[in-house]
Ligand binder design. Structure first.
Ligand SMILES: [Zn+2]
Length: 404
């Protein structure tokens, strides 16, 4: 057992000066100051803030590695993310060809089958799918967009086919069906023909559906939520802006308390004032901070990397394709947490709900994202500047900032 002693704990409803005791991967107790508790080696965290580990539901890459690199890319990301306070994440793919998607999901499987101690927990992947709007594709490659196949149903059979350079939506769905235990979330545009049936089919497979990269009307969005979609992908980005007489997808997301919205919290993709307004509209349990981070996250300005197969360059506040298209962020979750506190004006309890609690809850991971007895010991220690000092994943130290 280990005791984090003397810090300020960020609980889901308040801050508390107390010690945190954990062992065997779980939080055992929260001990008020002066309470001796059972003996355990102590780590002095006085003057520091102790928050639940961040859960990033939308991250394409970090520090030079992209999920679509395949091979051990996902394991490499899992080893890098704890230094940014991330203790669990959904590796996120772009619209791509079926072979590339399959390779990425193999990489997810390998990382989940043999989790490495000291690495962030790899959750089922988030697929930004081929079934999105051409007009609102953002940095998704136009050549990879496909129509929704007709008649997608539960139990869709994987067919044996030679690898072809031309493919249709069926082949993408074959990969998703075959690897459904590692496909956690699918982003799609509900206005595409056949999308409502596809939503129902994916939900039947146990996959969460997120609406995004879409020009859906308010009515189309509401119909999709009624068919089982429960999330929205990077709210406001890659969808039409809200108009007071035509609220569209973004307006539908704001209006539905049962729908959880991803929000890119880099202070650039969504203005901090609007982040605050979204929290006011939807409540803390309806908003999930994400990075939408790329292989450029954590690298200096001017660095280049790939997103899918496309080259991206790190600007001052975001990543861009060669043609200037905004292509995801250069953010990390610790920066997202700082932005929420310093620029959006949330307190640390609220910021922790957005960065840890709600993302976990909305993935059905009730024992994660909170500092409470019985929860997984996914813990981040922050200094007064809200920089990461230490990260524990499942009770094991995954990152410790070098002293000095
Ligand atoms: Zn996207």
């Amino acid at each position: 057992m280990i005791r984090l002693a003397g810090g300020r704990l960020v609980l889901s409803d308040r801050q508390l000066e107390a010690s945190l005791l954990f062992g065997a991967g779980r939080i055992v107790a929260i001990e008020p100051v002066g309470d001796a508790g059972p003996p355990a080696p102590a780590i002095d965290v006085s003057g520091l803030l102790v928050v639940p580990g961040f859960v990033d539901g939308h991250v394409h890459g970090v520090a030079g590695t992209d999920v679509l690199d395949g091979s051990d890319a996902v394991s490499v990301m899992a080893s890098l993310l704890p230094r940014y306070g991330v203790t669990a994440f959904c590796p996120t793919t772009m619209a791509c060809e079926p072979e590339g998607l399959d390779r990425a999901l193999q990489s997810v499987r390998a990382a989940r089958a043999a989790p490495r101690p000291g690495s962030a927990l790899v959750l089922a992947a988030h697929l930004e799918s081929n079934f999105i709007s051409g007009e609102f594709r953002g940095a998704q490659p136009a050549a990879c967009l496909r129509q929704v196949p007709f008649g997608f149903t539960y139990g869709h059979v994987v067919r044996d086919r030679p690898v072809r350079s031309y493919y249709d939506g069926d082949q993408i769905l074959d990969v998703i069906s075959a690897r459904r235990e590692d496909a956690g979330i699918v982003t799609l545009a509900p206005e595409l023909e056949g999308a409502l049936e596809l939503i129902a089919g994916l939900v039947d497979l146990g996959i969460r559906v997120s609406l995004g990269h879409s020009g859906a009307t308010f009515e189309q969005a509401m119909a999709a939520f009624d068919r089982g979609a429960t999330r929205a992908t990077h709210l406001f980005n890659c969808m039409p802006p809200v108009h007071h007489r035509a609220p569209g997808l973004a307006g539908a997301v704001l209006a539905r308390r049962d729908v959880a919205a991803e929000l890119i919290c880099d202070g650039y993709h969504v203005h901090p004032a609007l982040c605050r307004a979204v929290v006011a509209a939807k409540g803390l349990d309806g908003v999930m901070a994400i990075t939408d981070g790329t292989a450029l996250s954590g690298l200096p300005q001017g660095s280049t990397a790939t997103l899918g197969l496309q080259r991206i360059t790190a600007g001052a506040r975001a990543a861009h394709l060669d043609d200037g298209t905004l292509a995801g962020s250069v953010a990390t979750m610790d920066r997202a947490f700082r932005m929420l506190v310093r620029e959006a004006g949330l307190d640390v309890v609220e910021a922790a709900r957005l960065c840890a609690t709600t993302p976990a809850e909305r993935l059905g991971l009730g024992d994660m994202g909170v500092l409470a007895p019985g929860a997984r010991a996914d813990i981040v220690v922050l200094d007064a500047a809200l920089e990461v000092v230490r990260t524990f994943v499942g009770g094991l130290e995954a990152y410790c900032r070098p002293s000095g």
